[in-house]
Each structure stands twice: as structure tokens, then as C-alpha cells.
Design a protein around this ligand. Structure first.
Ligand SMILES: Cc1ncc(COP(=O)(O)O)c(C=O)c1O
Length: 475
């Protein structure tokens, strides 16, 4: 900005701010427009129509069903947007003195207390900005805890069905991942765990319900085995919306758990964030939490930066505060009984879909599922098609696809997460459409292979799109 450089108080080119008596809008001649702006003259209705039409070019949760598995709760109540825009929340500055932000601190403190009660653990940080960062935070705390005990264990066990962020977090925290195989029923092979859990192993990362949507029935045996060998157990709590008010990770023997506020507590996920991935831990791990933690003192809420064993900070300031406001709003809105109802509906909805489709598509692990279920598009493959073809065809019916090709242990996986907030009519429409697509695959495979047909752009070369991303409208 030539202007700023020219008019700085110090009179030299550099980084200093403009003098207060120089209006920042004084432009040098070269920047001043010589002709008219030639802005389009449009009426208000035209502008509105333009933006409304733009907003429906892509698929989103306000248009129709979004059964993407293992990703997000997909219910983003509009009241969350209202509360997070309240001036007192959206216009505070992270460097304001604590005494001038008591409302915000109380909200964060109370949110932490609710989350601790939900999982039955003793202490919490709200700082991590995503589930993956929550994993990294907790496993780094395991590392610091073992270092303090002068134990140099090298590995963390990760089931073969785990989300890819699990082994990545293990590596980032200075351990090496050791794969724990699943048995034929899709659950952890407990006998193999007993063999693999040696003194060299620092602990286990477990997802429960796991990424197949199955509840680890022997979870207490699993946590006991790890603890007996001096290890720690981490719950990848991304699937917590199947457990709310029904059971609590603290009772299952977990030492730490992360929450995906953007999966379980109705906050938007966005393209990989920014979200929030708070981590709750046992008393034993409390002193290793990132700083600051929020405390309720006699007359006020305060940040405590003085944790003796803290792993330090994992995010700037205190994490994504406005995401916390949304989760807090949701928790206050539904209350404790509401939470239990939400998990029950999520489980019922997922089982309704899987039961309805399991004879058409293939069900690789035959058991009741929790809040999501995994089918296989094996029959499509037998017809010379892929799961991706069905996923693309769904768009023509105004539906988003389930997660495809994950978890990796299921060939042609279709991971379906309907969420609790969907009606039976919506679920039925999805089920009927999935059946119709299978019929089409038999009679007219080309219509799947070339799908989608009704969207503003047809099938894209996704690898090319990722590698050579062009996000400009015109070049
Ligand atoms: C099972 C599981 N673990 C971890 C994560 C990572 O969460 P995030 O996307 O917030 O980093 C996800 C996200 O989809 C997940 O499904």
C-alpha cells in the first residue's frame, strides 16, 4: 500500500501505522479512479434472487438430506447463529482483561462442566480446534505423563478400523502407531490386544462406537488389559452422539476423550474446521492440560496459566470461542433428557436405514449399529460399477452421498449417518432412492456411470480438482 508507506509518521518505508491525522482513505493519484465505476444497476429483488440462486447451486444441509457418515451431526439450529452473533460474544477481544469478559468465561466454564458430566471425567480443555487436534493434545499429554514417570514407551495401539487422524496424531506426538486388528465381527480382537499390549506400548486409541458404527461390547475388558500393563486409554469421541445420556466413557475406563463439538453438539464443521475438539481427562492427567484452564474462584472466573506439567498451548488464545457458544446454546436448549433422546433417535434412524437396505446392498458386519451404519456397494461392483457411481447419482435426486470408501476395512464402503433430526419421510425418500439406483444399475448402468446429470457441473476429475485447485469464477 503505497499510501501507508508514504505517509507513515516516521517517514520511512516500513511497517508503522499511519499517523492519526492522515485519513487512511487518502489515496495517491495513481489509485484514484479517472472514470465512472460502471457498477451494475440492479434492483433489490434481482440481488436477492442472484444470491438465493447461488446458494442452491451446491448441496447443503438446508436443501436436503446429508447422510455423510463419520463427519458431522449435520443439524445446525438457527438459534446457534443468533446467540453466537450477540454483540457481547462476537465483539470481545481475546486480550481484554478477564474481569471485563466474565460472561464469556462463565459460558466456557459451564460448557466444560457439562462436557465433563457427559463423559464422567475430571478436568477439561476447550482449546483444540478440531477432533484431530484433540487427539494430538491428549496423546501429547500421555507422552508428558509417561516422561514424568521416566517411562520411555514407544508405541500406541490403533485399531485397523480407526479414522486416519488417529495414527497421524500418534506420529505427531512422538510415538509410533501399532495396528490392532479387528476380528470377524468388526470389533477389536481382544486376544490380539492382550498379546500386543507390552511394556513398550504407551496405550490404546479406541473409537467407540467404532467407525463401522458398532459398539465395542468388551470395552471394559479392553481398558483393563491396557491399564494392567501400565498403559493409558484414549477414546476418539467423534461418535459420542450415540452415547449421550446412555453411558459414559469415564465408566468404561477411558483416561481421556475428545469431543467433536461440530459432530455431537450441533456446530458447523465447515471444510475441516474451524471447529472445536475439547479434551476431558482423569484427575491423574489434569496437571498436563494445555494452559490456560478456566477456574471458578470465589467471586469470578479466571484463567489459570500455572499448571506444573502443562504441555503448553495448542491453539492461539482459548480456542474457537464462537463454536463454544453454539454448543453451549444447544446443550442449554435440549437439556439432559433431551440429550438422551437425541442419541436414541440417532440410533433408531441409522438402524431403520440399514435394516431397510441390507437386502439390496451388502451388510458386511451383521449386527445392530449405533448412530451410523456401514453397507458395501459390492453388488454394484459385480455389475461393473463402483460405489462412487451410486454416490454421484444420488445428487440427481437432491440427496448428498454417504461417506464412501471408508472405513478402509470394508470394500466399496457406504457409511451412512442419518442424524437424529431427520424425519421418517426423509429417511424413506433416501431408502427408496437407494433402491431405485440399484435397479437402474441393473437396467441402465450408463446412467450411473455418467451421473450426476442434473447438477450445475457434471462429474469432475476429483484428483485433478484437488491437485490443480482453481477457485476463481473467471481467469
Ligand atoms: C472417528 C473420527 N475420528 C476423528 C475425526 C477427526 O475429527 P476432525 O475432523 O474434527 O479433525 C473424525 C472426523 O471426521 C472421525 O470421524
Amino acid at each position: 500500500m503505497e499510501l501507508i508507506i508514504e505517509k507513515t509518521r516516521q517517514g520511512r518505508k516500513g511497517y508503522s501505522l499511519p499517523s492519526p491525522d492522515v485519513p487512511p482513505y487518502t489515496l495517491t493519484d495513481s489509485f484514484v479512479r479517472k472514470g465512472t465505476a460502471e457498477l451494475p444497476e440492479v434492483s433489490e429483488p434481482q440481488v436477492m434472487r442472484h444470491f438465493v440462486n447461488l446458494s442452491v447451486l451446491n448441496h447443503h444441509v438446508d436443501r436436503n438430506f446429508y447422510p455423510l457418515g463419520s463427519c458431522t451431526m449435520k443439524y445446525n439450529p438457527k438459534i446457534n447463529e443468533e446467540t453466537s452473533r450477540l454483540h457481547g460474544f462476537s465483539c470481545i477481544h481475546p486480550l481484554q482483561p478477564e474481569l471485563s469478559t466474565q460472561g464469556a468465561l462463565r459460558l466456557m466454564y459451564d460448557l466444560g462442566e457439562y462436557l465433563k458430566a457427559i463423559v464422567n471425567l475430571d478436568a477439561i480443555t476447550l482449546q483444540p480446534a478440531a477432533g484431530a487436534q484433540g487427539e494430538f493434545t491428549a496423546i501429547s499429554m500421555f507422552k508428558a505423563y509417561l516422561n514424568k514417570k521416566r517411562e520411555s514407551r514407544k508405541y500406541i495401539l490403533v485399531p485397523d478400523s480407526a479414522h486416519g487422524t488417529n495414527p497421524a496424531s500418534v506420529n505427531f506426538s512422538g510415538f509410533k502407531p501399532l495396528t490392532l486388528p479387528s476380528s470377524d465381527n468388526g470389533l477389536v480382537d481382544v486376544d490380539k490386544l492382550s498379546v500386543l499390549m507390552t511394556k513398550d506400548v504407551a496405550g490404546l486409541m479406541l473409537t467407540n462406537p467404532n467407525t463401522l458404527g458398532l459398539f465395542e461390547k468388551r470395552v471394559k475388558d479392553i481398558t483393563d488389559i491396557v491399564h494392567k500393563k501400565g498403559g493409558l486409554v484414549y477414546l476418539d469421541g467423534a461418535n459420542l452422539n450415540a452415547l449421550l445420556g446412555i453411558t459414559r466413557p469415564g465408566n468404561m475406563g477411558f483416561d481421556a476423550v475428545h469431543f467433536n463439538l461440530h459432530k455431537t453438539f450441533s456446530t458447523p464443521h465447515g471444510g475441516g474446521g474451524p471447529g472445536a475438539g475439547p479434551v476431558a481427562v482423569t484427575e491423574e492427567l489434569k496437571s498436563f492440560l494445555p494452559v490456560p484452564v478456566i477456574e471458578c474462584r470465589e467471586d469470578s472466573y479466571r484463567f489459570n496459566f500455572d499448571l506444573p506439567d502443562s504441555i503448553g498451548k495448542v491453539q492461539s488464545f482459548y480456542g474457537n470461542f464462537l463454536v463454544m457458544v453454539r454448543a453451549y446454546t444447544y446443550l442449554r436448549m435440549v437439556g439432559a433428557d433431551g440429550l438422551r433422546g437425541i442419541s436414541k433417535s440417532a440410533i433408531l434412524n441409522a438402524n431403520y436405514i440399514i435394516e431397510s437396505l441390507k437386502d439390496d446392498y451388502h451388510l458386511p458386519y451383521a449386527d445392530y449399529c449405533m448412530h451410523e451404519g456401514v453397507l458395501s456397494g459390492k453388488k454394484l461392483k459385480d455389475l461393473g460399477l463402483r460405489t462412487l457411481d451410486a454416490a454421484k447419482r444420488l445428487l440427481d435426486f437432491g440427496l448428498h452421498a454417504p461417506t464412501v470408501y471408508f472405513p478402509l476395512i470394508v470394500s466399496e464402503a457406504l457409511m451412512i449417518e442419518p442424524t437424529d433430526s431427520e424425519t421418517k419421510e426423509t429417511l424413506d425418500y433416501f431408502i427408496d432412492t437407494m433402491k431405485r439406483i440399484l435397479e437402474e444399475a441393473k437396467k441402465d448402468p450408463e446412467s450411473l456411470r455418467t451421473a450426476p446429470h442434473e447438477t450445475p457441473v457434471r462429474r469432475l476429475d476429483e484428483v485433478k480438482a484437488i491437485k490443480e485447485l482453481v477457485i476463481r469464477w473467471k481467469t
